[in-house]
Design a protein around this ligand. Structure first.
Ligand code: PFF
Length: 467
């Protein structure tokens, strides 16, 4: 061991001793699944699938999860666990320990900024679920037709005051939960609420199977027609694989920093990936049968679930109860993801000696402020398209641009950096010891994927999109 390495491992173990840790593997799985399963699965996956023509997009997305997302997620968690502190401090620490250029530290800064921007618009959409809890509970959907329900969503978007209110409430929730460090309470509620969300999604799929056009939905989702998939669609699928697994922007690195050494990362990552994919596919199976049965447009965009599901709740028995419960669970899924996005920022401030609550408040306030741009982009600034001079960004609002910046650029680029760091900068022995795949053929395959396949996939998709 070089002197640099032994000195910094001494720092690492000293830090690990004072750094809090998850109470168990289950606790980590719950928190990480809480981060992964969110609006990305239930809100975003269906609408981008609809916009990109269905089956071929789903297939590419699943491939991206398997070949790119999961290996990088495992590597990211390992980097976090090895560093034992916030990503910004941790990446420099690791670079020193692995005796490579300290410039790798920039990777964490990219993630830091991306998580900041991501939470700013995620919170606005999280606010929509808050608004919809109220609408569902008051019976607004009962017996309403598609036009009326579509109108409700339109009204919400056109009202900056309402959007701002719900965005503020959502951010406040995130700040309070993060600041008070009530993870233990969160863990307990995730244990109960996640399975409940799952059951409710199954109920909705059952309803959609009976009342919707299930056959058409199945063929839309699972028979690939590659003529409907553009190169930008492939980039969106790749970006979404990162988005849905919460990997690429050091958020899982922050969570990994609390992970006890005995937990098997590979097995944990497979569990997270399976649960996450299942929830997204169930959401698709609940939504598209209703889209087709009601003559709605699959490519309708971000409002898709806020129009189709209320239609179902409005027609089913017990719809007020189911509808209210569904939007409460959607909110929980969104909050458990949002608290992971703010974690790298808060952990960094904590490393600098700021208290958790103050750190959460300060970062929350700045993120909230940026979120106001997203709020306005749906109404007052709807015609403000700052990048109209570039053909590819023509007509894109601030919200569209923030989403593109994070989902299609920052997440894949951050993921690429993580793959390159773990595959090339780290010693294979260190990777092997940490990842939990043994030292046989499976590890060799994993190492190959991380070194060549995942980076190549990201680069090829980028080059095609630039071309
Ligand atoms: N995975 C979350 C979702 O699917 O909603 C979103 C997310 C959380 C993305 C954390 C990125 C991240 F770092």
């Amino acid at each position: 061991m070089s002197s640099i390495e032994s000195a910094s491992s001494a720092v690492v173990s000293r830090e690990a001793a004072v750094h809090p840790q998850w109470s168990s593997r289950l606790a980590f799985i719950l928190a990480a699944t809480g981060s992964a399963v969110g609006l990305g699965n239930i809100w975003k996956f269906p609408y981008i699938t609809g916009e990109n023509g269905g089956g071929a997009f789903v297939l590419v997305y699943l491939l991206c999860i398997l070949v790119v997302g999961l290996p990088i997620l495992a590597a990211e968690i390992l980097l976090g666990r090895r560093s034992g502190c916030s990503p910004i401090k941790g990446m420099t620490l690791l670079a020193r320990r692995d005796a490579v250029s300290l410039r790798w530290g920039w990777m964490a800064w990219v993630g830091f900024v991306a998580a900041f921007v991501l939470l700013s618009f995620y919170s606005v959409v999280g606010g929509w679920s808050l608004a919809y809890i109220g609408l569902a509970a008051q019976g607004f959907f009962s017996g309403a037709d598609a036009a009326t329900i579509g109108g409700l969503f339109g009204q919400l978007l056109e009202d900056p005051g309402a959007l701002l209110l719900w965005h503020s409430v959502f951010m406040l929730l995130v700040v309070l939960i993060t600041g008070s460090g009530v993870r233990a309470g969160m863990e307990r509620s995730i244990k109960l609420l996640m399975p409940l969300l799952f059951v409710l999604l199954l109920v909705l799929v059952g309803y959609a199977a009976v009342r919707g056009n299930f056959a058409q939905a199945l063929s839309f989702l699972f028979s690939p027609d590659f003529s409907k998939l553009s190169t930008e669609g492939v980039l969106t699928a790749l970006g979404h694989a990162f988005f849905t697994l919460s990997t690429g922007i050091c958020v899982m690195m922050a969570y990994g920093s609390y992970l006890p050494p005995q937990v098997n990362i590979a097995r944990t990552v497979v569990t997270i990936g399976l649960l996450d994919t299942l929830v997204a596919l169930l959401a698709g199976l609940a939504i598209f049968p209703l889209v087709f049965a009601n003559g709605l447009e699959p490519g309708a965009g971000p409002g898709l679930i806020f129009v189709t599901l209320p239609l179902a709740f409005g027609q089913m028995t017990g719809g007020v109860l189911f509808g209210t419960l569904f939007f409460i669970l959607l909110l929980v899924a969104a909050v458990t993801s949002a608290i992971s996005m703010i974690e790298p920022v808060v952990e960094w401030l904590e490393d600098k000696g700021v208290s958790r609550m103050l750190g959460a408040l300060m970062s929350g306030a700045m993120i909230w402020l940026l979120g106001v741009c997203t709020v306005l982009s749906f109404n007052v600034w709807a015609d403000f398209h700052p990048l109209d001079f570039m053909a590819r960004f023509e007509g894109k609002t601030l919200f569209d641009l923030f989403d593109f910046l994070v989902s299609n650029l920052a997440l894949p680029i951050g993921g690429l950096a993580i793959a390159l760091y773990a595959g090339w900068a780290m010693k294979p022995q260190t990777l092997r010891d940490g990842i939990g795949l043994g030292d046989g053929a499976v590890f060799t395959l994993f190492h190959f994927v991380l070194r060549f396949l995942s980076p190549a996939a990201v680069l090829v998709v980028f080059v095609y999109n630039l071309g």
